[in-house]
Design a protein around this ligand. Sequence first.
Ligand SMILES: C[S@@+](CC[C@H](N)C(=O)[O-])C[C@H]1O[C@@H](n2cnc3c(N)ncnc32)[C@H](O)[C@@H]1O
Length: 270
Amino acid sequence: MTVTADLEELKAKQQKMWSSGDYGKVAWLTVPLADVLCDAVDLRPGSTVLDVATGTGHVAIAAARRFCRSTGIDYVPALVEVARGRAAAEGLEVEFREADAENLPYADSSFDYVLSAIGVMFVADHRRAARELVRVCRPGGRVGVASWTPTGFIGQLLKTVGKHASPPAGSQPPTRWGSEEIVRELLGEGTSEVTCSTTTVVQRFLSPEHLADFFITEYGPTLKASERLTDEGKQAFRADLIALAAAANRATGGSLTCDWEYLVAVATKE
Ligand SMILES: C[S@@+](CC[C@H](N)C(=O)[O-])C[C@H]1O[C@@H](n2cnc3c(N)ncnc32)[C@H](O)[C@@H]1O
């Protein structure tokens, strides 16, 4: 098989994974990242914005609320449909479109800002996607990406997934985008400067068990991994997720409060 065929096979698997569970529910948790990203790039009202791997539309909607001409793309049709419904419910004009982050259907220099919140980090070919982000941004415009760090909570959760169910052949760890050194290199081509900062989003669940069950039921990567395991394997996986959440817990009295770390990288196109 050729490298291209392998990549297409990997992408099809990943697309299925993001179509599984109910990502719309998991997306509740990451709403604040969209506002942080809009502020990190210092979004100017009236400008054009592309939200790559928009999911249910967080960043595209946040940009439209700031009076930008906003577009969001994702390769999961059901998520794009939810995004359309959310924008319509707020009376916001946002163009949502099914498209591939690794092959954006836009001409060079089409947007003032090209953004992605914990989206582009999950593509099959990181280098190709990074080039696409920079390509469709206009000279002097900004590319802004938010990504889970390898050492933060979701980075560790994804590592736990890999420990129990090996990732598909040829896939790159998504948290590469959360490493300052790597993201500087990925976004460095064709940009004049890349600035990085690390921050956290606070999460609250009923208990560590609640978090584990929520992820196993709703979040594609954990759901698909659990499906591949034996009953014993499923139990061990759940126990590890509970242990991870318990170790990160700073609440008392049985509930769960934890901080999820992510890196925000902003590049200015040359
Ligand atoms: C963790 S979700 C984040 C969604 C959204 N950006 C947010 O902030 O909630 C990752 C998203 O990346 C999308 N995705 C992954 N690879 C993609 C690709 N090659 N093209 C388009 N979308 C992709 C998935 O469909 C999913 O919606």
